[in-house]
Design a protein around this ligand. Structure first.
Ligand code: PLP
Length: 234
């Protein structure tokens, strides 16, 4: 995509984020845009980087590690896709946050690799809030228990929750989902579980990030509105 077009898209998204914050009476500093760059060439990422963006999200380990090699070193990378246990070792120590932890076994493997590297890995618990068969994530009513189970793993640190809301025509339809995730985070926070924080809510994508912000998102993951449609056939 042309550099000018990417920069326009970025400016447009940032003003929409600011407007959503204003409507919700929130400080825009509470909301961080993650540029979801999967399938896109590093030349496109570089434009957005030059515009000042330092948070990038990828959903495949191989593509992620390739781009980490190629891009400037001061980027904060976010692993937002489903993660297999045998690939955890490639990203621990390389990413700022793993958004997609949805089982004890995955958390345990991240903990093992974190200890090998002498780091503590920040993670989010992925919640399948609408209980869709096609999606990963724990059910709403399982999230607190998973937090309790992983709380003794001191190589990880739970920072909050992540959700991928249903693909709806009208973004307003997802408001209730985002509201439920926010409520859940308040509930878990009030349980005061060791090693569990609920400061981060990663929710909202191209179609629904404004509604997500109105309901409390602190990280929004935007791909298409920034980089254009993805073509998976090339
Ligand atoms: C691809 C992806 C996004 C971005 O989706 P868009 O609709 O293109 O903004 C956000 N979150 C996750 C987990 C993704 O896989």
């Amino acid at each position: 995509m042309r550099a000018e077009e990417l920069t326009n898209n970025l400016n447009n998204i940032q003003s929409r984020i600011n407007e959503a914050c204003k409507r919700a009476g929130r400080d825009p500093k509470e909301v961080t845009l993650i540029a979801v760059s999967k399938t896109k060439p590093v030349s496109d990422l570089q434009v957005i980087y030059d515009d000042g963006i330092r948070e990038f999200g990828e959903n495949k380990v191989q593509e992620l590690t390739g781009k980490i090699e190629e891009m400037p070193k001061d980027i904060n990378w976010h692993m937002i896709g489903h993660l297999q246990r045998n690939k955890v070792k490639y990203i621990v120590g390389q990413v700022k946050l793993i958004h997609s932890v949805d089982s004890y076994r995955l958390a345990e493997e991240i903990n093992i690799q974190a200890k090998k590297k002498g780091v503590v890995v920040p993670i989010l618990i992925e919640v399948n809030a609408a209980d869709e068969a096609s999606k990963f994530g724990v059910r709403l009513d399982e999230a607190k228990q998973l937090c309790q189970e992983v709380s003794h793993l001191d190589g990880i640190h739970v920072m909050g929750l992540m959700t991928i809301a249903p693909n709806v025509v009208v973004p307003e339809e997802n408001r209730e989902i985002f509201h439920k995730i926010k409520d859940l985070s308040v509930d878990i926070e009030s349980a005061n579980i060791d090693n569990i924080d609920m400061k981060i809510l990663s929710m909202g994508m191209t179609n629904d990030f404004e509604v997500a912000i109105e309901e409390g998102a602190t990280l929004v993951r935007v791909g298409t509105a920034l980089f254009g449609e993805r073509n998976y056939n090339i």
